[in-house]
Write a protein that binds this ligand. Sequence first.
Ligand SMILES: NC(=O)c1ccc[n+]([C@@H]2O[C@H](COP(=O)([O-])OP(=O)(O)OC[C@H]3O[C@@H](n4cnc5c(N)ncnc54)[C@H](OP(=O)(O)O)[C@@H]3O)[C@@H](O)[C@H]2O)c1
Length: 332
Amino acid sequence: MQTRELGRSGLKVSALGLGCMGISMAYGESDEVQSIEVIHHAIDHGVTFLDTAELYGSGHNEALLGRALKGRRDKVIIASKFGLRIGEKGMLPVNGTPTYLKAACDASLKALGVDCIDLYYQHRVDPRTPIEETVGAMADLVKAGKIRYLGLSEAGAATIRRAHSVHMIAAVQSEYSLWSRDIEDTVLPTCRELGIGFVAYSPFARGFLAGAISGLEQLQKPKDSRGAGTMPRYLPENFAQNKILVDNLAAYAVTKGITTAQLALAWVLARGDDVVPIPGTRRVKRVDENIGALDVDLTAMDLQALERICPLSAVAGPRYNAMAMAMAGIGL
Ligand SMILES: NC(=O)c1ccc[n+]([C@@H]2O[C@H](COP(=O)([O-])OP(=O)(O)OC[C@H]3O[C@@H](n4cnc5c(N)ncnc54)[C@H](OP(=O)(O)O)[C@@H]3O)[C@@H](O)[C@H]2O)c1
């Protein structure tokens, strides 16, 4: 397995991570035994970078990951996140206060069954708590030995700069794929300037770019948020247009003798050695397929062809709905 350093932080991770969110929410039901098999299979095949959050299944995901990691803790880098939670009536306001952060970290450590989290992200920037206060409290957790490295998720360039002046930020995690490239304007250049690694979440645009979604009816199942009408790119008025783009990618992948998922991942991997995608899957065979993307070399001509057959301007709908977009601090 190839490794990549997250910026100049010194933290080395497998060049491809495993996103664990889908095991506990968002894309339909999953099975505990099969999910643990997926995590074990990924680790056995060199994937050492595992991504979770207190949000995912409200603690379920961290607890399952903790069970899966019994006897394997020393082989992996655990990344978790705090500050976003679901209450009885939906998403709660982001909480980045030092008091909350400390309690959340203790809860995550307990759920994971570990005494230290390797990389701890603020899941979304809290507009009501100055970032300096939050990062100062995160630095206290480093001193206390509860976390090793700091990260921010969906933060904008100015916030990243302010945070990094308080304590080294090892990684910024935001959505990045052929269809979601808003970080290229200011976030990615700022990370590069400051030596911060970039972790690309939803590299398949939540499955679409992996080529296995043929129709919206496939998403009409319990616990699949894509079929629930809240994700713009999966709305009936946008789906058909987006499906054309994925079909174009699929046809191009065939000419290269790879799968659509591998093509989408190889594109992210080709953005730079400081970019680490964390695709999510609940299936062992897809872990292998996704790892296979590391062997794909995209030439300059391939990259140009992808811009032509899947131009960003042709993607129908934004990556999030207005409410979720307002929580992403990318512009700040
Ligand atoms: N920081 C944040 O705010 C944030 C937000 C979202 C996600 N994340 C993190 O990023 C991770 C990845 O993002 P994501 O899970 O949202 O989206 P994703 O990786 O873009 O897509 C996941 C979807 O792709 C499918 N898939 C995976 N490999 C495939 C393959 N080879 N062929 C066909 N389909 C395939 C999965 O289905 P199966 O499971 O059925 O294989 C799942 O439905 C998450 O798990 C989470 O850890 C972070």
